[in-house]
Design a protein around this ligand. Structure first.
Ligand code: AMP
Length: 113
């Protein structure tokens, strides 16, 4: 199967506005933001979607959430942000490399659309 856009960003074959990187994950600004702050946090490991993750990914998944919280703190938005994970085409997932959307800077509605 051909590489996803996000794999190309991990491999630095495609440019991205990277805000955080470490050995196991990468965070960069969404190219089509739905809010003033819209950052994607992705594992470097190839996992298509959250339902494909397993026990062995436990630490990595926890790490992604800690990184998201850290970025929110760094940006001063720790009191009002939303984390979203779309799982599967039926839930509007369009890039099949696991990612957490970090969204902030506007009013939110509940339930989400
Ligand atoms: P999802 O619909 O949950 O799969 O989210 C995929 C997200 O990736 C969308 O919000 C897109 O705007 C975003 N996206 C697609 N291509 C790029 C890219 N080259 N750089 C940054 N974000 C991207």
């Amino acid at each position: 199967m051909s590489d996803t856009i996000f794999q190309k960003i991990i491999d630095k074959e495609l440019p991205a506005d990277i805000v955080y990187e470490d050995d196991s994950c990468l965070a960069f600004r969404d190219i089509n933001p739905v809010a003033p702050v819209h950052i994607l946090i992705i594992p470097k490991k190839k996992i298509e979607k959250i339902s494909d993750s397993s026990q062995e990914d436990k630490e990595l998944l926890g790490h992604l959430f800690l990184v998201a919280g850290g970025i929110a703190k760094d940006l001063g938005i720790e009191d009002a942000f939303r984390l979203v994970v779309n799982n599967g085409a039926g839930a509007q997932q369009t890039v099949f490399h696991l990612h957490i959307h970090l969204i902030a800077g506007r009013e939110f509605q509940w339930p989400p659309g």
